[in-house]
Ligand binder design. Structure first.
Ligand code: ADP
Ligand code: TZD
Length: 575
């Protein structure tokens, strides 16, 4: 709809914001309209961008975050001022914590009123509120600065360690006018937004020396490795070195989970016994027991054990975060992995003793798990339901799997194998609930591929209203809810015997499927693994918005899934 710009023509903030996004190949905005961004949303759509409108900002921002992770381009979300901004901020912080590149753009109220706290409509000092939770936060005050401001936000989101960026756009900015030709010239197309960061030759040599000296090496792939999109080189490094590897949750599928070098079913053994660990895009945070303690063969929680770490990360500050890193390899994963590959020479693969021990452990654990999975209890439990889902999903490796909950998350992570990179999207670094529908929508919109969102019944509740969004855009999303009547489980009782239900308990036998049928999608309740398998296969094949309410034994599962030990225990002993 743009016509040729002529001398004397005027443009405005609304147009320049859209022009700046388009100039940087941003084609989708995830958002929720209201003052002062409604016309901006309309204009975006009129100018050919896709506007995906949500029912709550957190879900829009989660969708943008996962779009950023999947595409390496910043996902863009847009919200109204104060409450809309704050609703989105949790998800923006979550994007930052997970190193996903995105920009949350929020409209804001009159600066002179906000700054004197005189009580404007939706008044909040958003820029300062955002700062502690984001990688960068900027405000554009003048129409002439829109091009450079947007460029700054884009570069901040994707360069170095990716993260969430907040961009504040005061309502007044949108209406500001300027000469159209000058406006056009003010738009910046960012050149090389995430430049390669080449590791130093010394650091490469040091890493290779440590790796070559290893007797019992292990490679740990994290979601940074998946994000980097250098799948072939990572596979080559794993296969050429012959080193057993482990994948963190969202790195599953970077190499197929049934790869012969996968040590995932022998994780505890491999971590405890390894002498050298090569971390590729994985932080030594709580998910890896901070690199120390019994998980790593240490005698107590603070024991570093006797391990050497080689750590590839783009962030130099990540080195020595929890344990000393013997060989820091700072750079982008693509360049670091290439450098290692180039220097491998005639690399001696690890001994049969080591790889054989891992294989034996893996086979024993798989056989043990197979027994549990074969059982057919009634009502179904997590294992029998997941066996059914595993068998269907194995036939569709192209399907994205979004996953959140406690037991639903932990069991699915180990039972459902992934075969393609970046297909598993889950609660991530914070173990946060509420990413479900946002991630599912973001993945479906960016890829056009089918998505299965496997949700605990509690987890689903955080973003459940977005089933309307799924129906509105007719997205190929099948939501499966493991319904066990509560948070973790549904069988707790109020110890007083009073009428108020226990803190973890929901309405029994809720019909979540009716939420989907309310908006024109397909809804079905299933009670057996066969029914679940059939409904799942149909949901994926049809491409229609589908919700499967899978009834699970309310006594199955454990408090907090696999992280029960993180619940605080009283130091006082009961008399
Ligand atoms: P996981 O949860 O899978 O263990 P983390 O989120 O803890 O993974 O770690 C991802 C790491 O990857 C972060 O420390 C981040 O700095 C790093 N990272 C992200 N992208 C790149 C990249 N392109 N090159 C190098 N490191 C990267
Ligand atoms: N709020 C937020 C934003 N994130 C959280 N992680 C929690 C609360 C606490 N929490 C968990 O850590 S898991 C979970 C909550 C509320 C839900 C577990 O119940 P579920 O899953 O029904 O989703 P399972 O599979 O039945 O255990």
């Amino acid at each position: 709809m743009t016509t040729e710009t002529q001398a004397g023509d005027l443009t405005d903030g609304f147009h320049l914001i859209i022009d700046a996004l388009k100039a940087n190949d941003i084609d989708t905005i995830y958002g929720l309209v209201g003052i002062p961004i409604t016309d901006l949303a309309r204009l975006a759509q009129a100018e050919g961008l896709s506007w995906i409108g949500f029912r709550h900002e957190a879900n829009a921002v989660n969708a943008a975050a996962i779009a950023g992770y999947l595409t390496k381009k910043p996902g863009v979300a847009m919200t109204v001022s104060a409450p809309g901004f704050l609703n989105g901020l949790v998800a923006l912080a979550n994007a930052t914590v997970n190193c996903f590149p995105m920009i949350m753009i929020s409209g804001s109220s009159e600066r002179e009123i906000v700054d004197l706290q005189q009580g404007d409509y939706e008044e909040l000092d958003q820029l300062n509120a955002a700062k502690p939770y984001v990688k960068a936060a900027y405000r554009i005050n003048h129409v002439e600065d829109i091009g450079i401001g947007m460029a700054r936000a884009i570069r901040a989101a994707v360069s170095g360690r990716p993260g969430g960026v907040y961009l504040d756009l005061p309502a007044k900015l949108m209406g500001q006018a300027m000469d159209a030709l000058k406006g056009k010239q003010s738009i910046v197309r960012v050149v090389d937004a995430a430049p390669d960061q080449i590791p130093s030759a010394d650091s490469v040599k040091r890493a290779l020396d440590v790796l070559k000296g290893a007797k019992r090496p292990v490679i740990m792939l994290g979601k940074g490795a998946a994000y980097a999109q250098v799948d072939a080189d990572i596979r080559a490094l794993v296969e050429k070195t012959g080193i057993p590897y482990l994948a963190m949750s969202m790195a599953k599928g970077l190499l197929p989970d049934n790869h012969p070098q996968s040590a995932v079913a022998a994780r505890s053994f491999a971590l405890a016994k390894a002498d050298v660990v090569l971390l590729i895009g994985a932080r030594l945070n709580w998910l890896l027991s901070h690199g120390k303690g019994p998980t790593w063969g240490g005698t107590d929680q603070k024991d570093w054990a006797d391990k050497k770490f080689i750590h590839i990360d783009i962030s130099p500050q990540e080195m020595d975060s929890n344990v000393p890193i013997d060989a820091p390899l700072v750079g982008d994963i693509g360049s670091c992995v290439k450098a290692l590959l180039n220097g491998l020479g005639d690399f001696q693969k690890p001994s049969e003793e080591w790889t054989g021990a891992i294989a034996a452990k893996r086979e024993a654990n798989v056989a043990k798990m197979a027994k549990t999975l074969e059982a057919n209890p009634s009502p179904m439990n997590f294992h029998s339901a997941l066996r059914a889902m595993r068998d269907v999903l194995k036939t569709r490796p192209d399907v994205y799997l979004v996953n959140e909950g406690a037991n639903t998350l932990d069991y699915a992570r180990s039972i459902i194998d992934m075969y393609e990179p970046r297909k598993r999207l889950d609660s991530g670094t914070w173990g946060v609930m509420g990413i479900g529908m946002g991630y599912a929508i973001g993945a479906a919109v960016t890829s056009g591929k089918p998505v299965v969102a496997l949700e605990g019944d509690s987890a689903f509740g955080f973003s459940g209203m977005e089933v309307e969004t799924i129906c509105r855009y007719n997205l190929p999303i099948t939501v499966v809810i493991f319904n066990n009547n509560g948070v973790y489980r549904g069988c707790d009782v109020n110890p007083t015997g009073g009428p108020e239900v226990a803190p973890t308990v929901f309405v029994k036998n809720a019909r979540y499927d009716m939420l989907m049928t309310a908006f024109g999608g397909v809804g079905v309740t299933v009670t057996t693994p066969d029914e679940l398998a059939k409904a799942l296969a149909e949901g994926i094949a049809s491409g229609k918005p589908t919700l499967i309410n899978a009834m699970i034994d309310e006594k199955a599962g454990t408090e907090s899934g696999r992280i029960s030990h993180l619940n605080p225990q009283s130091a006082a002993t009961k008399k």
